[in-house]
Design a protein. Structure first.
Length: 328
């Protein structure tokens, strides 16, 4: 038996693999896909990379896509109610958000280019497969939230009381909607939350919107509509929102999309290719100028990169529904 086996090539598995590699510990990373595969598919999440995450990745020599266009220097909180509460607060250290379909392939490239051992198995590993892999290692770490975790580590009712998801999620990436250098967090009691921030994507910096709908609440429709109808559904409640719910988020997206042009469809890459979309020419202002050339970073070192842009309707979005996850 040799070294450590790591099941899962998400952010936890890759970070662990890179750190152990840095310390000289032999590792084997088990993944359902290689770097090209990680760059495809639906948007997995919309997370911010805070100062501690940036410091960790800097120490690993794997800090990528720290682009001025997606650096967030403040948080804007809006809680609907009577009376409502709204304020903006600056953060001591800027954070940034990166589409994991861009970040994870870069981290996997770092791991393999430094001599890491990658085993690709397209099938989701069950408990039996993890057990068989573990026989070749001194320690086995399961760093995936999928089938093997459910089988190996059953839910503990004392620690996880919920049997069903507490939010139904939908996320979109928009061209023409610029949230600015602030992370937006809108809370509507009884409805859910709407979050917005600038994100580095395969098409450059885009405005990201995440809807966290309470099941059975008025926002759930946004997570249930077909993908191509998400933008229209997101904009449709704007008039109702003006009367009390989600006003700022709905108006901002509506204003940004209609004034700025068609949203970008970046929901999935063309099979067999690394997507390296080029930004349109900047239209003026500091943020568009800063955006120029950032995709030289996003598509770095990948042979066979191609430019792909999917045409879309006047109002649309790169929507990738994310339901079925318990959040509270």
């Amino acid at each position: 038996m040799t070294g450590v086996g790591i099941v899962g090539a998400g952010i936890s598995g890759l970070t662990l693999a890179l750190r152990l590699q840095q310390l000289g510990v032999p590792t084997t990373l088990y993944s359902e896909g290689d770097a090209e595969d990680l760059g495809r598919g639906r948007l997995p999440n919309t997370v911010g990379r805070m100062a501690r995450a940036q410091a960790r990745e800097r120490e690993l020599g794997s800090l990528h896509f720290l682009d001025p266009g997606c650096l967030l220097t403040a948080g804007r909180l809006s809680i609907k109610g009577d009376p409502p509460l709204e304020f903006t607060a600056r953060v001591a250290e800027p954070f940034h958000a990166v589409d994991f379909r861009v970040l994870l392939p870069a981290l996997m490239d770092d791991y393999t280019s430094r001599g890491g051992h990658l085993v690709v198995d397209p099938l989701q590993p069950d408990a039996g497969q993890v057990d068989r892999w573990s026989r070749g290692h001194e320690l086995m770490v399961v760093a995936t939230g999928r089938r093997s975790v459910r089988e190996l580590f059953p839910r503990d009712p004392a620690r996880s009381p919920y049997l069903a998801p507490q939010r139904v999620l939908a996320a979109g990436l928009f061209r023409g909607f610029d949230p600015g250098p602030a992370f937006g967090f809108n809370i509507s009691p009884g409805c859910g939350e709407i979050l917005s921030m600038a994100m580095m994507t395969r098409a450059g910096v885009r405005g990201g919107v995440l809807v966290e709908a309470i099941p059975g609440g008025p926002l759930e429709v946004l997570a249930r509509v077909p993908v191509h109808e998400f933008a229209e559904a997101l904009l449709a409640p704007a008039s109702r929102a003006d009367r009390g719910r989600g006003r700022r988020g709905g108006r901002a997206v509506r204003r940004g999309v209609r004034a700025g042009g068609d949203p970008a469809h970046v929901g999935g890459g063309r099979a067999g290719h690394r997507v390296d979309e080029r930004l349109p020419a900047p239209s003026g202002g500091a943020r568009p100028r800063a955006a120029q050339g950032r995709l030289d970073q996003a598509g770095r070192g990948r042979a066979g990169a191609v430019a792909v842009r999917r045409p879309g309707p006047r109002v649309g979005a790169a929507v990738e529904r994310r339901g079925g996850r318990a959040r509270r």
